[in-house]
Design a protein around this ligand. Sequence first.
Ligand code: GTP
Ligand code: SPV
Ligand code: MN
Length: 572
Amino acid sequence: MEERPLMLVAKDRPTTNTHLVTWVDEMAKMCKPDRVYWVDGTEAEAKALTEEAVGSGVLTPLNPAKRPGSYYSRSDPNDVARTEELTFVCTPTKAEAGPTNNWMEPAETYATLRAIYDGAMRGRTMYVIPYIMGTPESPFAMIGVEITDSIYVVLNMRIMARVGEVALDLLGGSDKFNRGLHSVADLDPARRYICHFPQDDTIWSVGSGYGGNALLGKKCLSLRIASYHAHRQGWLAEHMMLLEAVSPEGETHFIAGAFPSASGKTNLAMLVPPPELAGWKIRTIGDDIAWMRVGDDGRLWAVNPEAGFFGVAPGTNQKTNPTAMKMLEHDCIFTKVALTPDMDVWWEGMDGPSTDLTDWRGKPWRRGSKEPAAQPNSRFTAPMENNPSLSRYAKDPRGVPISAILFGGRRTTTVPLVVESFNWTHGVYLGATAGAETTAAITGAIGRIRRDPMAMLAFIGYDAGAYFAHWLSMFGRMTRPPKIFLVNWFRKGDDGRYLWPGYGQNMRVLKWIIDRSSPAGGRAGAMETPIGLVPRLSDLDLRGLDAPIEAVERALRVDPGEWEKELEAHAD
Ligand code: GTP
Ligand code: SPV
Ligand code: MN
């Protein structure tokens, strides 16, 4: 094996942390990059890296008059979503990973992956990204270092996490950081592995450049590894959006909501109330991940560890999510959307298009074509600061106290618009048995119902049984636990159309949830059903709702026949 000189390592190393330096050297020896570059997180660096990415064709500048500071990126057609079948939890025993995770033995896994990483970075630069999930001042903060050969990953990580010097400063000489190694290698799905070693606080990902597979701070660290730590340390790491709701009277509530991938978290976190409820203000704290701990006051406190939004593009438009449209006006990265002739972005759900396009594969796309122009899991990466309705608590190191937790998923039938659980244990049961139709955010069949407990099926970094027990035990740690609700924006009528208009109209459901959760208690009425408390039509504020009242009635209905089948499915 030829030893390549790694001159830049010695010269550019910005740290004397020997744990870190030793590990980086080791990884470099295995991957054999032409050079090693340590990310410092400055604006000047971002500019230089962006220019390099444009020079090498990884990014294409968008029209600066229409989307200043924004760039476009294409993906290999075989690398467009998270690959759950290639995602592994590598605990010493299979039992620790439990029945819902793919498992591989750690030593064997390291050996298999070492063979793939060996020389995989020849001719490439190895980037070292020190990063923090959470704000540096927060007791929640977690430090990771991601090594990657993808400049796209570097540019996305700097939007999604706090990267560079700030992380090295926080780390100091400590050995306590997550070791993440990522290489796109040859993008061969046959040699693609997303592996987690919770005991070693290590992630090895190879063969994919897609978000959740490659931006290691996100699903890999902040959910799979973090949930493993959370279980041992008595807190929760969840696939949840976080929002701040302020009532017309000025009462503030914080709500957490777990919906599976591509099932409405970003949209709910950025909700704009309808005119009749315009006195309400919804502000975003997070759109994908929540870390929650019990505070001294016995309430459940949550932070969003991310610094940006990696959101689903299709379906985002001026009507559904005007906040996101504003957020996407500048300084974003768009991945595998379609392009207009004047170098702007387009995706399904936007108006038009008024011209032919270039589709996500780079091929000409004729107006009216049945094929989607944007890849169904095409995404935007936007800095948190771009969000015009960002909550002032979004970066609060202490987090926010949660009034209500929502569980949901796409369910064409059976599950009513909203159900309030009778108590914590029942709420945990509703979350644990939640079913959802699969989406384009994961590879495989779309629209298949599967059980997706707490929207965490793919993200629980340990045994699912222990996870449910942990959720149940959280009740004993709290004196003022949040209420738990099940919601479903996606129920359809016999005509195949959504019964509930969704998006901004979901404010009406949030209002009911808040009224039910407020300490004053029961400000809104509910009807007891065998599955939980459900609002009657008269319990919801439906003033000015532009939807047939029969449809809303059907969206609320608890059908005994459907529920008998549902209960059987819970056996899964
Ligand atoms: P991930 O980033 O994959 O975790 O997804 P997410 O849960 O944040 O989902 P997102 O809010 O991006 O929504 C995904 C898709 O569902 C988009 O196409 C939305 O337009 C659509 N959607 C979101 N909210 C609603 C709703 O209330 N009703 C309907 N019908 N569709 C919705
Ligand atoms: C999801 O799939 O739940 C996402 C996108 O939020 S990714 O970060 O790619 O996992
Ligand atoms: Mn997600």
